[in-house]
Design a protein around this ligand. Structure first.
Ligand code: DI6
Ligand code: FE
Length: 416
């Protein structure tokens, strides 16, 4: 047997494999070869001494290891901020009123069109660093603040390039159908034509996208328009996702399921029929407690129904300037429990195994198992529930990407 590149010893492993709570392995070890997990199990069952098995031997000092966190829904690349809009909402204006008055997403579109790729890169890099400091190793990033060919391409190129400067895996999603740009006012069908015929072919041919998303909502696009976007995605062989039933029930979850979507997201207003359709299609429910909290929503997503129908639930930051200005995945785990009543184990599964499923990456990521990417996180905790328990804490000791520490520990904040 050729030697492993690295071995990690003396850790409590929350493998997140199904079958037992957190997939726990006490006093565990992980062997890494070529960036992939080659062995995982109890230290006492290792097939030899660590030095004979691996070139590099790392001591985890008894701390906990989980799979790298996967933030499966973000709008990480954008310019400007919407603090003024926050003030207006606190004075009583609704998110929808602000959007209909030409603010909201459109104001971020204006700032993002103006911004140079360098500025977009610099601000996204800061947000990415913050995500990574809390254990994130894979991030999905959506376009959708360009809404013209040039800016959508600019956003997606910036998103893809982030992985060149930081050890992280990036998946990109084309969200051309996010909002109606001013120049198409009153002509939303023409805008959908433009998205399908002029923008999607370019970003697909340039290999800039892994999936296609849309905002199916009263202030977004209708189910019929969403169908046209999905059909175009299918012509390009791209899987689909959908911002569905966030502010009203337009049947978005069922529509996503009809197109075998990888995931449907938000889902506060999803009906039982929608849940059942998602279950039969294997569509993941991506819950976004940050947006629910920040918009001070009251309608809860049908979590009990998702459980009952066996729909996998994922949790993400939805990092964006309008409805979820956060770069804290751990706070989202906390909110998933306090606001949506997930268990801490369901929440963590939602940012590991089920988040991988929502990105079509279940074969490669999301658990500590042989054959999976060797992306994992060292935590200064005594039990995994602490990851969801703390409000705003960060017990991350280090992030391991492809088997090796991604940054010197000193660059990460100390736990509190
Ligand atoms: N739903 C969201 O939560 C984000 N987009 C969407 O369709 C919010 C985007 C924004 O307000 O800028
Ligand atoms: Fe979103």
């Amino acid at each position: 047997m050729s030697k492993w590149d690295a071995i990690w010893l003396n850790a409590q492993l929350a493998t997140m494999q199904a079958g037992r709570p957190y997939g726990l392995i006490q006093d565990g070890a992980i062997g890494v070869k070529a960036g992939t997990i080659a062995w995982v199990g109890k230290r006492t069952e290792l097939p030899g001494s660590p030095e004979t098995l691996a070139d590099a031997v790392f001591e985890a000092g008894g701390c906990w290891i989980t799979p790298g966190l996967i933030d499966c829904h973000t709008h990480l690349v954008y310019a400007g901020n919407r603090a003024r809009e926050f003030e207006l909402r606190l004075q009583g204006a609704s998110y929808e009123e602000i959007a209909r008055a030409g603010g909201g997403i459109r104001s971020t579109v204006a700032a993002t069109r103006e911004a140079s790729p360098e500025l977009l890169t610099a601000t996204a890099e800061r947000r990415l660093r913050a995500l990574r400091s809390q254990g994130v190793t894979t991030v999905e990033i959506k376009s959708g603040y360009g809404l013209d060919l040039e800016t959508e391409v600019k956003m997606l190129r910036v998103a893809r390039s982030l992985a060149e400067h930081q050890p992280v895996t990036i998946r990109t999603t084309f969200l051309g159908a996010h909002a109606l740009p001013v120049e198409f006012e009153g002509r939303s069908d023409a805008y959908i034509d433009f998205v399908c015929a002029e923008v999607l072919p370019v970003v697909a041919q340039e290999g800039l996208v892994d999936a296609v998303d849309a905002f199916c909502e009263g202030i977004g696009f209708s189910p019929a328009q969403t169908v046209r976007v999905f059909e175009a995605a299918q012509r390009w062989g791209l899987p689909v996702k959908l911002h569905a039933d966030q502010l009203s029930d337009l049947g978005g979850a069922a529509l996503a399921a009809q197109f075998r979507a990888l995931s449907a997201e938000h889902l506060e207003y999803t009906s039982v029929e929608g849940v059942a359709a998602m279950a039969s299609a294997g569509t993941v429910a991506v819950l976004l407690p940050g947006a629910f909290y920040f918009l001070r929503e009251t309608q809860l997503p049908p979590v009990a129904q998702f459980r009952q129908h066996g729909v996998p639930m994922a949790i993400a930051t939805d990092c964006n300037p309008g409805s979820s200005p956060t770069t804290s995945p751990l706070l989202m785990l906390n909110m998933a429990c306090t606001l949506f009543q997930l268990t801490p184990e369901e929440a963590l599964t939602g940012m590991t195994r089920n988040a991988a499923l929502a990105l079509g990456l279940a074969e490669q990521r999301g658990t500590l198992a042989v054959g999976q990417a060797a992306d994992f996180v060292l935590w200064d905790i005594e039990q995994p529930a602490e990851l969801a328990y703390s409000i705003g804490g960060n017990p991350c000791l280090n992030v391991i990407k492809a088997g090796f520490p991604a940054l010197p520990p000193a660059e990460f904040p100390q736990p509190n």
